[in-house]
Design a protein around this ligand. Structure first.
Ligand code: UD1
Length: 424
C-alpha cells in the first residue's frame, strides 16, 4: 500500500480559474505536539479537527507502541494513555517522522526516562536538537549517546528550571513545555517560540490540568502539577494550508472562500496577498475570501522570520506564485539553511529563480509550462501544485509522499473548486 502511494503522482492540467469554497483542515504542526501531549494524560483525551495525514498516522504508531489506545472516527481522535506500558519505541517507527522528537519531552514527563533514536538531518538541512537536549539537562535529565540512540534518565525526577533558549525554536519550546508540566517545581522558558501552535498546545495542556501562562509571548511560565487528566480539544486550523489555497486562488486569477480558518493566525501572511493586488476580505474570524481579479504584481521582498514574522513554511508557496507575477521578488530565508530545493523544480516549469545562500531572486515570467517534476519536501511539493495550476499543459508531480505528510487530499480540495488535478 505504502509503496503504491509512493509511486503515485499528482497530475495537474493548468489554466483553470479556481472558484468556490474550501474548508481548511486542522493544523499538522498543532496535532503532532497535541498527540504527544496525550502521553501525559491519565485518562482519555479527545481531539477534534484532526487532519488525516501520514505524519499523524506516524504519531498514532508511536502512541500504539507506547501502549496508549488510539482510535479515529473521521476527524475525531481519542487517545487513552491510562494503560501506557512502555517508554521504548522501535527506531523504524521513530524515524518515520522527524517531528517525533516532540514525544521525548512527553515521555520524560510521564516516565522520567527514555531511550530515543537520534534524529538525522532532513530535506531542510541539518536540523539539530541541541536546544532540546540542553534544556532537558537543565531539568535534571542525563543524556548519554549510545550508537545512534540517546539514553535519557532523570535520577532525581524532572526538575523545573529557568531556561533561556538561544533561538525561539518551536520544537524545543514544545518539548520543554511537555517535560515541565508535571516536573517538580516551576519552569520559565525565556526567548520561547510564539507560534500559534504553541498557544494551542498550552490551551490543551491547561484543559488537562497543567498550570501554564505567558504562551504567545517570549516568556512562558509553568508550575509543575502532579499529573494531568484527559480533556477535549479542537485542533486549530492550519495557517499554512490556508496560505496554500490562497496562492492557488491568486495564481489562477480565481476566487476562493476559505472556511474553518483563523484570520488572527494569518496576520503575517494576509498583507502580502493585498500587496500583490489580491482583494482579501475576512469574516467572523474563521472565513477568508480572496479574489485575484485585478492585475497582480510582485510583492518585491519576502523575508522569513519567527512568528509574528512571515513564516518559513509559506516561503515556497509564495515563491511559486511570484514566478508568474510581473517584476522581481527577493526572498530571504532566515530560519532554515537549506530551504530552496523547490527552486530547481520550479525552474523545470520555466520559472526564473537565482539562489545564492539565503537569498533567492525570482524574475516573474509570462507563463510556466507543464513538465515532470519531483517534490523535494512538504511545502516544496505543495509549491509545485500551485505552479502546476497556472502552467500551460500538464505537470506531473512525483514524490508526493512529502505532500501527504501535511495536506489532507489536496487533489480533492482543489478538484472541488475547479482544478483539473488527479492522483494516478
Ligand atoms: C517547526 C515546524 C516547521 C517550521 C519550523 C519553523 C513542526 C512539526 N514543524 O519545526 O514546520 O518550519 O518550526 O517555524 O511544528 N535549531 C537548532 N537547534 C535546535 C532546534 C532548532 O539549531 O535544537 C534551529 C533549526 O535548525 C532551525 C531553527 O532553529 O534553523 C528553527 O527550528 P525550529 O523552530 O526548532 O523548527 P522545528 O520545531 O523543527
Amino acid at each position: 500500500m505504502n509503496e503504491h502511494r509512493n509511486s503515485q503522482r499528482l497530475i495537474v492540467a493548468g489554466g483553470r480559474k479556481l472558484q468556490g469554497e474550501i474548508a481548511v483542515q486542522g493544523a499538522k504542526n498543532s496535532v503532532l505536539p497535541l498527540l504527544a501531549a496525550t502521553v501525559l494524560c491519565k485518562g482519555t483525551a479527545v481531539l477534534h479537527n484532526c487532519p488525516k495525514l501520514t505524519d499523524a498516522d506516524a504519531a498514532f504508531r508511536i502512541l500504539d507502541c507506547l501502549g496508549c489506545k488510539c482510535e479515529r472516527e473521521k476527524s475525531v481522535v481519542t487517545v487513552n494513555g491510562e494503560a501506557m506500558c512502555n517508554n521504548q519505541v522501535p527506531d523504524g517507527v521513530i524515524q518515520e517522522m522527524r517531528s517525533s522528537i516532540v514525544f521525548l519531552g512527553a515521555i520524560l514527563g510521564r516516565c522520567g526516562n527514555c531511550r530515543w533514536s537520534t534524529p538525522g538531518g532532513c530535506e531542510l538541512g541539518a536540523r539539530p536538537i541541541d536546544y532540546h537536549l540542553e534544556a532537558f539537562r537543565q531539568m535534571g535529565v542525563e543524556v548519554e549517546n549510545d550508537a545512534g540512540f540517546m539514553n535519557c534518565t532523570a535520577p532525581k525526577g524532572i526538575q523545573g528550571a529557568r531556561i533561556s533558549l538561544p533561538f525561539p525554536s518551536v520544537g524545543a519550546t514544545e518539548n520543554i513545555m511537555l517535560a515541565a508540566v508535571t516536573a517538580n517545581g516551576s519552569t520559565e522558558i525565556h526567548n520561547a517560540a510564539r507560534e500559534p501552535e504553541i498557544v494551542d498546545l498550552a490551551n490543551f495542556l491547561r484543559k488537562c490540568g497543567a498550570k501554564i501562562s505567558g504562551e504567545g509571548s517570549s516568556t512562558i511560565a509553568i508550575e509543575g502539577v502532579k499529573e494531568l487528566y484527559g480533556a477535549e480539544h479542537t485542533v486549530i486550523p492550519d495557517r499554512i494550508v490556508t496560505a496554500t489555497y490562497m496562492c492557488c486562488a491568486a495564481i489562477t486569477r480565481g476566487e476562493l472562500l476559505l472556511t474553518k480558518t483563523k484570520q488572527d493566525d494569518l496576520s503575517p501572511i494576509l498583507p502580502v496577498f493585498e500587496r500583490i493586488g489580491c482583494s482579501v476580505y475576512t469574516y467572523s474570524d474563521d472565513k477568508i475570501y480572496i479574489n485575484a481579479r485585478k492585475p497582480l504584481s510582485s510583492p518585491k521582498k519576502i523575508v522569513t522570520h519567527v512568528h509574528p514574522g512571515f513564516p518559513t513554511d509559506a516561503q515556497a508557496l509564495l515563491m511559486a506564485l511570484t514566478t508568474v507575477l510581473p517584476g522581481t521578488t527577493i526572498f530571504e530565508e532566515n530560519i532554515f539553511e537549506c530551504r530552496y530545493k523547490h527552486a530547481g523544480e520550479l525552474g523545470r516549469l520555466g520559472a526564473k529563480i537565482n539562489v545564492k545562500e539565503r537569498v533567492a531572486v525570482v524574475e516573474g515570467v509570462k507563463r510556466l509550462s507543464g513538465a515532470a517534476v519531483k517534490s523535494t519536501d512538504l511545502r516544496g511539493g505543495a509549491a509545485l501544485v500551485v505552479a502546476g495550476l497556472a502552467a500551460e499543459g500538464v505537470t506531473k508531480i512525483g514524490n508526493i509522499h512529502h505532500i501527504d505528510r501535511g495536506y489532507e487530499s489536496i487533489e480533492d480540495a482543489l478538484h472541488s473548486v475547479g482544478a483539473n488535478i488527479k492522483r494516478s
